[in-house]
Design a protein around this ligand. Structure first.
Ligand SMILES: *Cc1c(COP(=O)(O)O)cnc(C)c1O
Length: 363
């Protein structure tokens, strides 16, 4: 939940420049991490799931290490196209509008039989992967997108319906299968999942298989990393000659490179519990509210258990609970693992507080 690290020198600089709250992205860290991930994956293709963090400066660092970007909306598609006109793009997601379904992309991830019917009716061509929701038990996942009734992808009956429609025509070209079934799994569980997806895809006779994202990230242990080496070696064993395997991680790539740095405005005790109120809060970084966790933070000086909250008039605006840290008014507080599903998922207009600054280190 917490880490005792020396505070980044630049955080103190930002504080003295009066620029807090701020997101601080370490582009050198991101570069080193991407290089390690890429190195562990050999021939396995990687698409970055842009929805985790679409910041163009991050995408710039990521681009040379990946085979493409995975986007989940027309907005993300336009954004990526503007900054990276030549990058291969896969577009997926439920509820595509005509503009999204008919977009010119490298791969289209089909979510339902009616998407195929709409492509036919409009006389469109496309290179498609069919998104399958396999009913395989997924234990230990933090979010399940498959393994039961969910709005994501198709069950094997839906896939069969698509295959029947796709037979005997070549405008809509079946490339293979896509599956994004769970998130928060460690490498051995991800490999079991991959093996089940591959069995299914081979049964259909396709050779391009997108295994999805969802590689595990531990907010209670900021130093822990998904075991990319074991995963890459395992996939190399599973892969058969002629098969293209692709993954599309988001969180596990960008979460570590971002910090949310702010300062304490008030410290008070209410019914015995000690609270530190910081500038900003969950309207800048919604992650602890959505995940119900304590956002990991740097502990400069240990102290009495303190609950750290933001400036919003709601009890949901809690950044971290009962953290053994000594905080006083004016102290800088540095939250870790703020590089994915943080700023871009936040409700930043709620209460009309100022927006944070954005700072980039290295790169
Ligand atoms: C969100 C998403 C991802 C990325 O998931 P992470 O947990 O961030 O790795 C990949 N593929 C699809 C289809 C998604 O919806």
């Amino acid at each position: 939940m917490t880490a005792t690290l020396p505070m980044h020198a630049r955080a103190a600089e930002l504080a003295s420049a009066g620029e807090l709250p701020a997101y601080v992205y370490d582009l050198s860290d991101l570069d080193a991490h991407m290089s390690a991930v890429r190195g562990a994956l050999g021939d396995i293709e990687v698409h970055y799931a842009v929805k985790a963090n679409p910041d163009p400066k991050l995408l710039q660092v990521i681009a040379p290490y990946v085979d493409g970007f995975e986007v989940a909306s027309g907005g993300e598609l336009t954004h990526v196209r503007t900054h990276f006109p030549d990058m291969p793009i896969a577009l997926g997601g439920p509820g595509k509008t005509d503009a999204e379904l008919f977009a010119d992309v490298t791969r289209l991830h089909i979510e339902s039989p009616s998407e195929i019917r709409r492509l036919f009716a409009a006389g469109r061509s496309a290179e498609v992967l069919l998104r399958v929701n396999l009913d395989i038990p997924i234990s230990g996942a933090s979010l399940a997108m498959g393994g039961g009734a969910t709005p994501f992808g198709m069950d094997p009956a839906g896939i069969s319906e698509c295959l029947d429609m796709l037979a005997g025509q070549d405008a809509v070209h079946l490339r293979g299968i896509h599956a994004h079934l769970a998130s928060g799994l460690e490498a051995p569980a991800m490999l079991e999942l991959a093996s089940a997806i591959l069995d299914y895809a081979r049964g259909l006779g396709v050779t391009e298989i997108n295994l999805g994202g969802g590689m595990g990230v531990s907010y209670s242990d900021p130093d822990a990393r998904f075991d990319w080496k074991t995963y890459g070696e395992g996939l190399a064993v599973l892969r058969r000659p002629g098969e293209t395997l692709r993954i599309e991680p988001g969180r596990s790539l960008t979460v570590y490179c971002g910090r949310y740095v702010t300062r304490v405005i008030d410290v008070k005790r209410v019914h015995g519990e000690l609270f530190a109120v910081v500038a900003g809060g969950t309207h800048h970084i919604r992650t602890p509210a959505t995940k119900g966790h304590s956002q990991p933070m740097v502990i400069q000086e240990p102290g009495e258990p303190t609950t750290i909250v933001g400036q919003l008039c709601t009890p949901k605006d809690t950044m971290a609970r009962h953290i053994p840290v000594n905080l006083k008014t004016g102290d800088v507080v540095e939250f870790l693992m703020a590089g994915a599903y943080a700023w871009n998922i936040s409700h930043h207009d709620f209460l009309m507080h100022p927006k944070p600054a954005f700072r980039y280190l290295g790169g």
